[in-house]
Write a protein that binds this ligand. Sequence first.
Ligand code: FEO
Length: 179
Amino acid sequence: MVTKIVEKAINEQIRKEEHSSRIYLSMASWSQVNGFQGAAEWLYAQADEERMHELKLIHYLNDRGGNAHLADLEKPATKFKSLLDVFQQVLKHEEYISVSINKVYAVSIKQNDYSTGNFLQWYITEQTEEESTVRAILDQIRLAGEEKGGLFHMDKELAAQAARKRASQLAAATPNAGN
Ligand code: FEO
């Protein structure tokens, strides 16, 4: 059983993960119509990943005797200055989510809810990986600069990353695949 305090903290995180998904969906749409097909695929896949993060929290909370709620969400941005701007905002958002996950973890430990703390470890590791991936993407976009060839190459690289992301999402959704 989770306490009301832990339930509230997890519900707030559910809202943030759902919002993350919508933010990336909006960025994906912008990328698609602005000629960055690889970035769009990466962001569409990331939007699905955030929804998976949300679902995982919903199931966990309900399984522990809490009650997961969905909340109102603010409209995501629809216009961006450049691909660099998009990924700068992705990094800023992921940093914000990392801080948020750490807060939920702190709340659970304060409530002596070590099961929730243990469950949240997966998110803590995931956030470290996501921040690091986005920093590397940003480095490459900065290196490419405004040069068309560089950005074209970067977009191809993002398409390859998106394909790997999709493959791992499929593997996660298909337990025992390959056995
Ligand atoms: Fe689920 Fe990238 O935060």
